[in-house]
Ligand binder design. Sequence first.
Ligand code: NOJ
Ligand code: NOJ
Length: 483
Amino acid sequence: MITTLRIKLFALAMLFLSAALSKPNLKPINSNELDQQFQKSIYFLLKNTSPADGVRGSVIAAPSRSHPDYYYHWVRDAALVTESLLNLYVDPRYNNSPLKAQIRSFLMDHMNFNSKIQISSQSGNGLGEPKFWVTGLPFLGPWGRPQNDGPALRSINHARILSIALSEKWPEAGQLVPFLYSAKIPADSLIKRDTEFVAHHWREPNFDLWEEVYGMHFYTLLAQRKSMLFGASVATAFKDQGAAHFYSTQATQITNTLESFWAQGKGFIDATKYVQRGRNKSQLDSAVLLAVLHSEVEGTRFSVNDPRVLATFLSLKNSFNSIYTINKNLAYGTAIGRYPEDTYDGYVTNSRGNPWVLSTAAGAEYLYRLMMSYLKTKQIQINDYNRAYFADLSGNSQLKSGQVLSPIDRTYSLIIKGLFVEADGYLSRVLFHRNADGSLSEQMNRENGFMQGAPNLTWSHASFITAKLRRDEAITIGRAFLK
Ligand code: NOJ
Ligand code: NOJ
C-alpha cells in the first residue's frame, strides 16, 4: 500500500518537475522589445489615420497605393483600429496624456467621417459597402459586397464612445449624444442607422471579412449579435423601448443561428455556412478566433471561455503548425494564418497564403484573455477538447475530463502560467519577424518569415497594441501565479 503510494507520489513529483521544464524551446519574451514595438505600433497606427489627402477621421488600411493598393478606408479595418484606440483611451495609465487628447480628437473626426460614409452609401449599395476612398466616397469598382460585419463593428464602437462621452462628461456631449442616437425612424443618427441595418439584414448572405466567400459567417453574425445587444442597451437608455425589444429579439435569434456553426464531429466552429459563391473549404479559419476577440459579450455563449472556442483555437494551431516552414523554429509561438487553404500571398490570389501578423497576435490575445477568464471564475473545467492541451501545459498527464481545477490545485497554477508563457510566444513570433524599424506588414513569409504584403497594415499594429494591453492586464490580475 504505502510503497505504491510512494511510487505514485514520486511519479507525481516527476511530472511536476517535467512541467517546469516543459516547452524547453520557447524563448522568454524580451520585454524591452515588446515595449518598444508597442510604442512603434501606436506611432504607425496614428500615422495611418486622417491622411493628409483625405477627409479627417478616415483611416487607410495601409499607406501602400500599389502592389497592393490598400489606400482606402475599409469599414472593418477602421472599426478594429478604432477599437484598439479605444482600448488605449480607457487605459488609466494614459489619463491626462497627450495621447489621450489625440485619440479623442481623432474620435470626433472619425464620427463625422462615419456619418458621411453612412449617408453616401445609403444612397448607393447600402450600409454593407465595405470600402471607401479617403474622400468619403464609396469605391465603386468590382468588389465582394456587401460585407455586413462593417456596420455591426462600427455601431459597437459608437456605443462605447457614447458611454465614455457621458461618463467623462465631454463638453461636446450635448451635441454629440443626439448625433449618436435618436429614436427617429428613418434613422438619422450614427448608431441607429447601423443598428436598424443590422436588425433588418443579418439573415442575408454577404461576403466574409476576407472578402472572398458569399454566405453566412460566424464572424459577421457574432459581430451582429454584439451590435444588437449593445444597441438594445443604448435604445433602453434613450427610452426607445420598442427598438430595445426588437434588438434583443434579434440577438437571441442570432445566437440560435450561431449554434449551428459548431461542428461537433470536426471539433471546431465552422467559419461559413450556406456558401453560395467562393471557395468551399475545411471551414477551419482564424476568422472564428477573431470573431470571439472582437465580439465577445462576457457571460454569453461563444465567449472566450466557451470550450468550443478553445477547441477551434487548438485545431488552428495544429493545422498552421504543420503547414508553415517557419513554425519549425520552436523558439517562438505558432505563426497563424487566415485559413489553411489560403492562396492570397499579399499581392496576388493564385499563390500560397502566409501567416498573418494580426492572426498571430490574436493567438496571444486569446490566451491572455482565456487565462484571465479562468482567474475570474477561479476554476478550470477539463473536457475532452482541452484535456491533452492542459496536460501538456501543466505536465500533469493524469487530468481527466469532468475534473474541475481550482486555484489551490498546483495544476491550476501551472495551466495559468503555461497559458501566459504560450501567449507571450505569439508576440515574440511577431517581434522576431517584424522589420527593424518596427513596421509590420500584413503577412510573414511562410518559408523565411520576412514581412510580406501591405506594408504597415494599420490593422496589424492595432492587433499588436490590443494584445499588449491584454498582456498588461493579465499580469495585473495573475501576478500571484506568474512568479
Ligand atoms: C484582396 C483581399 O481582400 C483578400 O482578402 C482577398 O483574398 C483578395 N483580394 C482576393 O479577393
Ligand atoms: C484583406 C483582408 O482579407 C481584409 O480583411 C481587409 O479588410 C483588407 N485586406 C484590407 O486590409
